[in-house]
Design a protein around this ligand. Structure first.
Ligand code: PLP
Length: 510
């Protein structure tokens, strides 16, 4: 501790004396503005020199490049000042994925909106946290209001609540944590007593196309991946209600169904399980319905696609990822909960140094008890900025545009002599394959052609495996995940031409 009037014993490093060292004061904010301008200028220059959504480098070439550029790694003992940061920004923009390139169509990873990215800078500047009221009062209030608006949109009543999480994986985990604790309440207080020695065997039902995070959550929650019972889907890739009923009927006496997980927007097909039927079956069986709408949740903003989510209000919990179909920079996932008491039972918490009872009673309450996290970013800020700027209509129009694009792309695949459509799109994905001239090589050719496109960097498409493929067609499929609302039919034609050319080149080498 330095004493008034005493010179410090150790000389102060000059950086500590910089008046603009800290972002959240007027001098710091001005420096953030200058730095952002310079960094974005460097990035824009690098972007202009790019030729596609991916850099045309192999993983090994990129490793070598970083070895050269950062010989002391990203944590050097002595900093290189502004120039080091500008040079990092140049390389980052040159060698990262460019999601705004209309030929980027691989994953559920949208190009971020400018307004959201800019707002996120300010969220970083102030570095508020929403766990306690005094860690970020406005951030706490914005998240509360965002959750309220989303629960209203989903059709929940005034007793609902929710929380922002780092991703759909985390939202599904928290939903199943709640399901576990609520369902097993009659047997034991799981939160306090754990699962050891429990006679009851908790199980979770979901379709065979549910996201892997459901099984992963069961593993994390001590239920084991074997707790997942997969239910077959119909030709439209939707869970079969009659099969769910059958699976519930056939449970052993000690098996306790803790949740049915419906998917509203499967990762590959965008298919939406029949929510009203599944809700009725789940509730008749005395179990909960969780809807994983990580992908399809954006339909809440689109008049055209909203009917796909009819019945979602009957779900006990809903996952929706605003970093997928609301064009937010990650992370912006949301878990919505029909009954706030379930959320409180699973994660509610009073901690003396964060949210003591008397502070809470006086209204000084943050969101610690809604989350599995403690420190938590003000992610609601960028979401609010986006919707205040564009409205729900603006975001819905983006989803509609991508939906149109997917339908046009499916038509183009159907018309293409060397491509074969797997299924018509529901949301914004198109699953198909390149059909090689020789039989029996479909998987090898489709896998290799995608890697060829990765190496060239000029087109970025997805890949998946299908379980119900026609005999002789292999299981590997290509996938366009279309989330660029400014992409055009011409871009799709270019993507498909690139797939065709790569397929032919791979075949020529067989
Ligand atoms: C249906 C579904 N649920 C959950 C997730 C996981 O989301 P996240 O990557 O945000 O954890 C995904 C990711 O694609 C998904 O498609």
């Amino acid at each position: 501790m330095s004493m008034p009037g005493h010179a410090p014993l150790v000389p102060v490093p000059p950086t500590l004396l910089e008046p603009d060292l800290l972002a959240a004061d007027p001098a710091g904010l001005a420096e953030v503005g200058r730095l952002v301008t310079e960094l974005t200028r460097e990035a824009a220059g690098a972007l202009r020199r790019r030729t596609g959504p991916l850099p045309a480098v192999t993983p090994r070439e990129l490793t070598r490049l970083l070895d050269d550029e950062l010989p002391d790694g990203p944590l050097p003992a002595t900093g290189g000042g502004r120039q080091a940061v500008l040079s990092l920004a140049r390389s980052y923009a040159a060698y990262t994925v460019d999601l705004a390139d209309p030929r980027a169509a691989a994953h559920l990873q949208p190009p971020a909106l400018s307004v959201a990215a800019a707002a996120d800078v300010l969220a970083s500047v102030f570095n508020a946290s929403v766990d306690t009221w005094d860690s970020g009062p406005y951030a706490v209030e914005i998240e509360r209001r965002l959750i309220r608006s989303l629960t209203d949109l989903a059709g929940y009543g005034p007793g609902a609540d929710g929380v922002l999480t780092p991703g759909g994986t985390a939202s599904n985990l928290q939903a199943l944590l709640m399901a576990r604790d609520v369902a097993l309440r009659a047997h034991r207080d799981i939160r306090g007593g754990g699962l050891t020695g429990l006679d009851a065997r908790p199980v979770v039902h979901c379709s065979e196309l549910a996201h892997f995070s459901v099984a992963r959550a069961c593993a994390v929650l001590g239920l084991g991946e074997d707790a997942v019972r997969t239910v077959p889907v119909d030709d439209a890739h939707r869970m079969r209600p009659a099969e769910l009923e059958r699976a519930l009927r056939l449970l052993a006496p000690n098996e306790v169904p803790i949740a049915v997980v419906a998917t509203a927007g499967t990762t590959d097909y965008g298919s939406v399980d029949p929510l009203p039927e599944l809700a009725a079956i789940a509730h008749r069986a005395g179990t909960r319905l969780h809807v994983d709408a990580a992908y399809g949740g954006g339909a809440l903003f689109s008049e055209r696609l909203r009917p796909l989510l009819d019945g979602i209000e009957a779900a006990d919990t809903i996952t929706m990822d605003l970093h997928k179909t609301a064009w937010q920079p990650a992370a912006a996932s949301v878990l919505l909960v029909r009954d706030a008491r379930d959320l409180a039972a699973a994660t509610g918490l009073r901690v003396g140094y964060l949210n003591p009872d008397d502070d809470g009673a006086a209204g000084y309450d943050g969101l610690l008890g809604n989350s599995m996290a403690t420190t938590r970013r003000a992610d609601a800020f960028k979401v609010a900025a986006t919707f205040l700027a564009l409205g729900r209509e603006g975001v819905g129009a983006m989803l509609d545009a991508c939906h149109d694009l997917a339908r046009d792309a499916a038509d183009a695949v159907e018309d293409h002599p060397r491509l074969e459509l797997t299924t018509r799109p529901t949301l914004t994905t198109v699953v198909f394959r390149y059909v090689p001239r020789a039989g029996g090589v479909s998987d090898a050719v489709n896998g290799a052609l995608r890697r060829r496109l990765l190496a060239e960097g000029a087109a970025l498409i997805g890949r998946t495996d299908v379980a119900d493929a026609e005999p002789g067609t292999g299981t590997v499929r290509l996938k366009l995940t279309l989330l660029n609302p400014q992409a055009t039919a011409h871009d799709i034609a270019e993507l498909l031409a690139a797939v065709d050319a790569a397929g032919q080149a791979v075949e020529a080498q067989l």
